[in-house]
Design a protein around this ligand. Structure first.
Ligand SMILES: *Cc1c(COP(=O)(O)O)cnc(C)c1O
Length: 391
């Protein structure tokens, strides 16, 4: 006889998925209805408004793509990049590398602007590339590099791209809901996010938003979008406000209930309050980690509050520590990615996980596990340093 699967109750403080708010899980368990049911359509119209608020945009084309953040990334690239186009990609971590892959699979040429991992994207380097490549059509970069915890200045980078007549694609998977993001005020043309980071929803959806300039570029394409599923010309028919909805694909009905609930929670908390909450708990976590003697990968001015990458002390076995946290404390923190594998831990404070009890639990657990293996850290001081930071 086979049995049901009952996952353990973990505390998720890695790079995502983050702790799901119980209200979101409950919303997901509500009855499935048809995706063209008038009640469902009304919920979706409301959700679109909530998403516009979260992105701080009036863009009509603001929708959740029915697949995870990577599909939102792909939606931006397959719609905006045609064979022969040049795209400048600023890379300062893992996700910029995926942008390059996307450009090349669309038949475009990626001009890579490399920044050190752990640093923000450098506007001067972008300007050099824009000058060297007047043929460039699009500039793409990641606002919140989850692989390192670095935050880049969207407003400045977008202004620069526009000065050279380029469209912009911004990855906001880890930033949406966690740090300041203003799509209209900053002039972002195309943006994508994810549900499982600072929105604290289940994984599997990717909110995206496109302004009129981006839509004009999509409508003016010379070649059809090579992906049927992600072709926004078709998706717009399904989502068009007021318009009669045409069947495109079966929307993931219950997952969309979950996203709706997480956006209601964000709306009621207030977007700026949510940004401030992430900062508050980051400051306490930072006080605790630094009291232990751990050091951050990213310089303070470029640091994301929701993703804290710290260097693993010399001689400490990365996998053994994360294993002990998981097995003894049901606590998940993230490993390093790519060249940072084995060298850093990534501690997420995303959405519902950005709470005082989580900060204290994480510090107490890390303190005990590192003490157990005689790691070169200051033991017994992290929790009190964090508590002092909350005062
Ligand atoms: C998590 C993440 C993605 C990918 O999202 P998935 O939902 O895992 O597909 C893309 N970009 C960044 C910056 C991320 O943190």
């Amino acid at each position: 006889m086979t049995t049901s699967f009952y996952p353990p109750q973990r505390t998720l403080m890695g790079p995502g998925p983050s702790d799901v708010n119980p209200r979101v899980s409950q919303a997901m368990a509500r009855p499935t209805i048809g995706h063209l049911d008038p009640m469902f359509v009304a919920m979706m119209d409301e959700m679109k408004e909530l998403l516009q608020q979260a992105f701080q945009t009036g863009n009509q084309l603001t929708i959740p793509v029915s697949a995870p953040g990577s599909a939102g990334m792909e939606t931006c690239f397959v719609n905006l990049v045609e064979p022969g186009d040049t795209v400048i990609v600023c890379q300062n971590g893992v996700f910029g590398g995926r942008m390059k892959e996307n450009v090349e699979r669309c038949g475009g040429t990626a001009v890579m602007v490399q920044d050190e991992w752990g640093r923000a994207v450098d506007a001067n380097k972008l300007e050099d590339a824009l000058q060297a490549h007047p043929e460039a059509k699009v500039v793409a970069f990641v606002q919140a590099e989850t692989s390192t915890g670095a935050s880049s200045d969207v407003k400045t980078l977008v202004e620069l791209a526009h000065r050279y007549d380029c469209l912009t694609i911004v990855d906001a998977v880890t930033s949406l809901g966690g740090t300041e993001l203003r799509v209209d005020a900053w002039g972002v043309d195309a943006i994508y996010s994810g549900t499982q980071k600072c929105l604290s929803c289940v994984p599997g959806l990717s909110p995206v938003s496109f302004n009129d300039r981006a839509i004009a570029a999509i409508k003016g394409r010379k070649s059809p979008v090579q992906s049927w599923f992600l072709d926004l010309n078709l998706v717009m028919g399904y989502w068009g406000q007021g318009a009669k909805r045409a069947y495109h694909h079966t929307a993931p009905v219950n997952t969309l209930y979950a996203l709706h609930e997480s956006l209601v929670i964000l709306h009621n908390e207030g977007l700026e309050n949510s940004w401030a909450r992430h900062r508050l708990h980051h400051n306490a976590l930072k006080a605790g980690l630094e009291a232990m003697g751990l050091t951050f990968v990213v310089p303070e001015a470029e640091r994301l509050p929701q993703l804290n990458a710290v260097t693993i002390p010399d001689g400490v076995d990365d996998a053994a520590v994360r294993g002990a946290l998981l097995n003894d404390y049901n606590l998940e923190i993230g490993a390093g990615l790519g060249p940072m594998a084995g060298k850093v831990w990534r501690i997420g404070l995303m959405g519902y996980a950005a709470r005082k009890d989580n900060v204290l639990k994480c510090l107490a657990a890390l303190d005990e596990v590192l003490g157990r293996i005689n790691a070169p850290v200051n033991n017994g001081v992290a929790v009190s340093a964090a508590l002092a930071a909350y005062k």
